[in-house]
Design a protein around this ligand. Structure first.
Ligand SMILES: NC(=O)c1ccc[n+]([C@@H]2O[C@H](COP(=O)([O-])OP(=O)(O)OC[C@H]3O[C@@H](n4cnc5c(N)ncnc54)[C@H](OP(=O)(O)O)[C@@H]3O)[C@@H](O)[C@H]2O)c1
Length: 216
Protein backbone atom coordinates (compact mmCIF):
# COMPACT_ATOMS: atom_id res chain seq x y z
CA UNK A 1 0.00 0.00 0.00
CA UNK A 2 0.99 3.64 -0.40
CA UNK A 3 0.67 5.21 3.03
CA UNK A 4 0.80 8.89 3.93
CA UNK A 5 1.69 9.74 7.52
CA UNK A 6 0.03 12.94 8.73
CA UNK A 7 1.90 13.64 11.96
CA UNK A 8 5.32 12.06 12.38
CA UNK A 9 5.70 12.05 16.15
CA UNK A 10 5.62 9.14 18.58
CA UNK A 11 2.78 7.28 16.86
CA UNK A 12 3.21 8.37 13.25
CA UNK A 13 7.00 8.05 13.30
CA UNK A 14 6.91 4.52 14.71
CA UNK A 15 3.95 3.21 12.73
CA UNK A 16 5.32 4.71 9.50
CA UNK A 17 8.68 3.07 10.14
CA UNK A 18 7.02 -0.30 10.75
CA UNK A 19 4.78 0.03 7.66
CA UNK A 20 7.86 0.77 5.55
CA UNK A 21 9.79 -2.16 7.04
CA UNK A 22 6.77 -4.36 6.29
CA UNK A 23 7.12 -3.40 2.61
CA UNK A 24 4.70 -0.50 2.14
CA UNK A 25 5.55 2.83 0.49
CA UNK A 26 5.48 5.52 3.16
CA UNK A 27 5.63 9.32 3.09
CA UNK A 28 6.32 10.97 6.46
CA UNK A 29 4.83 14.44 6.84
CA UNK A 30 3.87 17.12 9.34
CA UNK A 31 6.62 17.94 11.79
CA UNK A 32 8.20 21.23 12.83
CA UNK A 33 11.42 19.86 11.39
CA UNK A 34 11.96 18.78 7.78
CA UNK A 35 15.25 17.15 8.77
CA UNK A 36 13.40 14.99 11.35
CA UNK A 37 11.14 13.73 8.55
CA UNK A 38 14.17 13.00 6.37
CA UNK A 39 15.92 11.13 9.18
CA UNK A 40 12.79 9.07 9.84
CA UNK A 41 12.54 8.21 6.15
CA UNK A 42 16.22 7.29 5.89
CA UNK A 43 16.02 5.03 8.93
CA UNK A 44 12.76 3.41 7.78
CA UNK A 45 14.35 2.18 4.54
CA UNK A 46 14.18 2.52 0.80
CA UNK A 47 10.38 2.57 0.54
CA UNK A 48 10.06 5.66 2.77
CA UNK A 49 10.48 9.36 2.02
CA UNK A 50 9.73 12.75 3.55
CA UNK A 51 7.12 15.10 2.12
CA UNK A 52 4.53 17.75 2.81
CA UNK A 53 1.07 16.71 4.01
CA UNK A 54 -0.21 17.41 0.49
CA UNK A 55 2.45 15.15 -1.05
CA UNK A 56 1.72 12.45 1.53
CA UNK A 57 -1.99 12.66 0.73
CA UNK A 58 -1.72 12.86 -3.06
CA UNK A 59 0.15 9.61 -3.39
CA UNK A 60 -1.63 7.63 -0.71
CA UNK A 61 -4.17 4.81 -0.67
CA UNK A 62 -4.25 5.06 3.12
CA UNK A 63 -3.54 8.05 5.36
CA UNK A 64 -2.61 7.75 9.03
CA UNK A 65 -3.80 10.72 11.10
CA UNK A 66 -1.48 10.93 14.11
CA UNK A 67 -1.59 14.47 15.49
CA UNK A 68 -2.87 16.03 18.68
CA UNK A 69 -6.59 16.81 18.44
CA UNK A 70 -5.79 20.54 18.44
CA UNK A 71 -3.75 20.11 15.20
CA UNK A 72 -6.30 18.07 13.22
CA UNK A 73 -7.81 20.97 11.28
CA UNK A 74 -4.40 22.37 10.42
CA UNK A 75 -2.93 19.13 9.08
CA UNK A 76 -6.10 18.30 7.13
CA UNK A 77 -6.12 21.78 5.57
CA UNK A 78 -2.50 21.22 4.50
CA UNK A 79 -3.32 17.77 3.11
CA UNK A 80 -5.97 19.18 0.73
CA UNK A 81 -8.68 17.12 -0.92
CA UNK A 82 -8.55 13.57 0.44
CA UNK A 83 -11.99 12.39 -0.61
CA UNK A 84 -12.18 8.71 -1.51
CA UNK A 85 -9.13 7.83 0.61
CA UNK A 86 -8.97 5.61 3.65
CA UNK A 87 -8.09 7.69 6.71
CA UNK A 88 -7.01 5.64 9.69
CA UNK A 89 -7.00 7.73 12.82
CA UNK A 90 -5.15 7.07 16.05
CA UNK A 91 -5.77 10.64 17.18
CA UNK A 92 -7.77 10.90 20.38
CA UNK A 93 -10.05 13.86 21.03
CA UNK A 94 -8.10 15.10 24.08
CA UNK A 95 -7.99 18.60 25.53
CA UNK A 96 -4.78 20.63 25.24
CA UNK A 97 -3.17 19.25 28.38
CA UNK A 98 -4.22 15.66 27.61
CA UNK A 99 -6.21 15.25 30.82
CA UNK A 100 -9.65 14.45 29.39
CA UNK A 101 -11.63 13.58 26.27
CA UNK A 102 -13.40 16.59 24.77
CA UNK A 103 -15.77 14.35 22.76
CA UNK A 104 -17.34 11.28 24.39
CA UNK A 105 -20.52 9.34 25.22
CA UNK A 106 -22.74 10.70 22.43
CA UNK A 107 -20.03 10.92 19.78
CA UNK A 108 -16.32 10.15 19.32
CA UNK A 109 -13.31 11.79 17.74
CA UNK A 110 -13.52 9.32 14.86
CA UNK A 111 -17.18 10.16 14.16
CA UNK A 112 -16.47 13.90 14.34
CA UNK A 113 -13.72 13.41 11.77
CA UNK A 114 -16.05 11.47 9.49
CA UNK A 115 -18.62 14.30 9.75
CA UNK A 116 -15.94 16.82 8.88
CA UNK A 117 -14.72 14.73 5.93
CA UNK A 118 -17.64 13.45 3.87
CA UNK A 119 -16.44 10.99 1.24
CA UNK A 120 -13.41 9.97 3.31
CA UNK A 121 -13.44 6.39 4.61
CA UNK A 122 -12.54 6.84 8.28
CA UNK A 123 -11.31 3.88 10.32
CA UNK A 124 -10.34 4.15 13.98
CA UNK A 125 -7.31 2.01 14.88
CA UNK A 126 -4.00 1.98 16.74
CA UNK A 127 -5.04 4.51 19.40
CA UNK A 128 -5.65 1.79 21.99
CA UNK A 129 -1.96 0.98 22.53
CA UNK A 130 0.93 3.19 23.64
CA UNK A 131 3.62 4.03 21.09
CA UNK A 132 6.20 2.43 23.39
CA UNK A 133 4.93 -1.09 22.60
CA UNK A 134 4.85 -0.87 18.80
CA UNK A 135 8.41 -1.93 17.90
CA UNK A 136 8.30 -4.79 20.42
CA UNK A 137 5.03 -6.09 18.93
CA UNK A 138 6.54 -5.86 15.43
CA UNK A 139 9.63 -7.79 16.52
CA UNK A 140 7.47 -10.51 18.11
CA UNK A 141 5.14 -10.84 15.09
CA UNK A 142 6.18 -14.36 14.17
CA UNK A 143 5.19 -15.67 17.63
CA UNK A 144 1.88 -17.44 18.19
CA UNK A 145 0.35 -15.15 20.84
CA UNK A 146 -0.30 -11.90 19.10
CA UNK A 147 -1.86 -9.07 21.11
CA UNK A 148 -5.29 -7.88 19.99
CA UNK A 149 -5.96 -4.50 18.39
CA UNK A 150 -9.51 -3.19 18.04
CA UNK A 151 -10.57 -1.19 15.02
CA UNK A 152 -13.92 0.13 13.82
CA UNK A 153 -15.38 1.89 10.80
CA UNK A 154 -18.36 2.04 8.45
CA UNK A 155 -16.60 0.99 5.20
CA UNK A 156 -15.84 -2.73 5.02
CA UNK A 157 -13.20 -2.43 2.29
CA UNK A 158 -11.40 0.30 4.24
CA UNK A 159 -11.49 -1.86 7.36
CA UNK A 160 -9.99 -4.79 5.44
CA UNK A 161 -7.09 -2.59 4.31
CA UNK A 162 -6.53 -1.40 7.87
CA UNK A 163 -6.76 -4.97 9.22
CA UNK A 164 -3.89 -5.87 6.86
CA UNK A 165 -1.81 -3.04 8.32
CA UNK A 166 -2.71 -4.11 11.86
CA UNK A 167 -1.50 -7.64 11.03
CA UNK A 168 1.66 -6.25 9.44
CA UNK A 169 2.51 -4.47 12.71
CA UNK A 170 2.10 -7.77 14.57
CA UNK A 171 -1.35 -7.48 16.17
CA UNK A 172 -4.42 -9.66 15.78
CA UNK A 173 -7.10 -7.31 14.37
CA UNK A 174 -10.43 -7.30 16.21
CA UNK A 175 -13.21 -5.77 14.12
CA UNK A 176 -15.35 -4.03 16.75
CA UNK A 177 -18.00 -2.88 14.26
CA UNK A 178 -19.24 0.50 13.04
CA UNK A 179 -17.38 3.77 13.51
CA UNK A 180 -19.81 4.59 16.32
CA UNK A 181 -18.02 1.96 18.43
CA UNK A 182 -15.16 4.47 18.74
CA UNK A 183 -17.33 5.87 21.58
CA UNK A 184 -16.15 2.82 23.51
CA UNK A 185 -12.64 2.35 22.12
CA UNK A 186 -11.53 5.94 22.76
CA UNK A 187 -12.27 5.89 26.53
CA UNK A 188 -10.81 2.35 26.68
CA UNK A 189 -7.54 3.91 25.54
CA UNK A 190 -7.49 6.01 28.71
CA UNK A 191 -7.59 2.80 30.75
CA UNK A 192 -4.68 1.40 28.73
CA UNK A 193 -2.78 4.68 29.23
CA UNK A 194 -3.47 4.53 32.98
CA UNK A 195 -1.99 1.03 33.16
CA UNK A 196 0.91 1.92 30.85
CA UNK A 197 1.99 5.21 32.36
CA UNK A 198 0.84 5.10 35.99
CA UNK A 199 1.82 1.52 36.81
CA UNK A 200 5.22 0.22 37.90
CA UNK A 201 5.85 -2.09 34.97
CA UNK A 202 6.61 0.34 32.17
CA UNK A 203 4.65 1.68 29.21
CA UNK A 204 5.28 -1.13 26.68
CA UNK A 205 1.80 -2.57 27.20
CA UNK A 206 -0.62 -4.31 24.83
CA UNK A 207 -3.81 -6.30 25.47
CA UNK A 208 -5.30 -9.56 24.27
CA UNK A 209 -8.94 -10.68 24.21
CA UNK A 210 -9.56 -14.39 24.77
CA UNK A 211 -12.74 -16.27 23.89
CA UNK A 212 -14.00 -19.31 25.82
CA UNK A 213 -16.83 -21.71 25.24
CA UNK A 214 -19.70 -20.80 27.49
CA UNK A 215 -20.31 -23.34 30.30
CA UNK A 216 -23.27 -23.61 32.61
N1 LIG B 1 1.80 8.60 22.01
C1 LIG B 1 1.00 7.57 22.23
O1 LIG B 1 1.40 6.57 22.83
C2 LIG B 1 -0.42 7.60 21.75
C3 LIG B 1 -1.20 6.44 21.92
C4 LIG B 1 -2.49 6.42 21.43
C5 LIG B 1 -3.01 7.53 20.79
N2 LIG B 1 -2.23 8.66 20.65
C6 LIG B 1 -2.83 9.78 19.94
O2 LIG B 1 -2.14 9.88 18.71
C7 LIG B 1 -2.03 11.25 18.30
C8 LIG B 1 -0.56 11.55 18.08
O3 LIG B 1 0.12 11.39 19.31
P1 LIG B 1 1.70 11.40 19.39
O4 LIG B 1 2.05 11.01 20.78
O5 LIG B 1 2.29 10.67 18.24
O6 LIG B 1 1.98 12.97 19.22
P2 LIG B 1 3.34 13.69 18.94
O7 LIG B 1 4.48 12.80 19.29
O8 LIG B 1 3.26 15.02 19.58
O9 LIG B 1 3.34 13.86 17.34
C9 LIG B 1 2.59 14.83 16.69
C10 LIG B 1 3.26 15.21 15.39
O10 LIG B 1 2.62 16.39 14.91
C11 LIG B 1 3.63 17.36 14.64
N3 LIG B 1 3.14 18.73 14.86
C12 LIG B 1 2.48 19.22 15.93
N4 LIG B 1 2.20 20.54 15.76
C13 LIG B 1 2.72 20.86 14.54
C14 LIG B 1 2.75 22.06 13.81
N5 LIG B 1 2.23 23.21 14.28
N6 LIG B 1 3.34 22.05 12.59
C15 LIG B 1 3.90 20.91 12.11
N7 LIG B 1 3.90 19.73 12.78
C16 LIG B 1 3.32 19.72 13.98
C17 LIG B 1 4.73 17.05 15.62
O11 LIG B 1 5.90 17.69 15.17
P3 LIG B 1 7.37 17.39 15.78
O12 LIG B 1 7.85 16.19 15.01
O13 LIG B 1 8.12 18.63 15.47
O14 LIG B 1 7.19 17.12 17.24
C18 LIG B 1 4.74 15.54 15.57
O15 LIG B 1 5.45 15.07 14.43
C19 LIG B 1 -2.66 12.07 19.42
O16 LIG B 1 -3.97 12.42 19.05
C20 LIG B 1 -2.68 11.13 20.62
O17 LIG B 1 -3.77 11.39 21.48
C21 LIG B 1 -0.97 8.71 21.11
Amino acid sequence: MRIGILGSGLMGGKLGTIFARAGHDVVFSYSHSRSKLETLAREAGVSARAGTPREAANDADVLLLAVHWSRVDDVLRQAGDISGKVLVTCSLPMNRDDTRLVVAHTSSGAEELAKKLPGVRVVSAFSTVPSEVLFAVFEARSGDRRPSLVHCGDDEEAKRAVATLIRDVGFDPVDAGALEVARYTEPFTLLVAQLAYEGDDGPALAYRFERYEERS
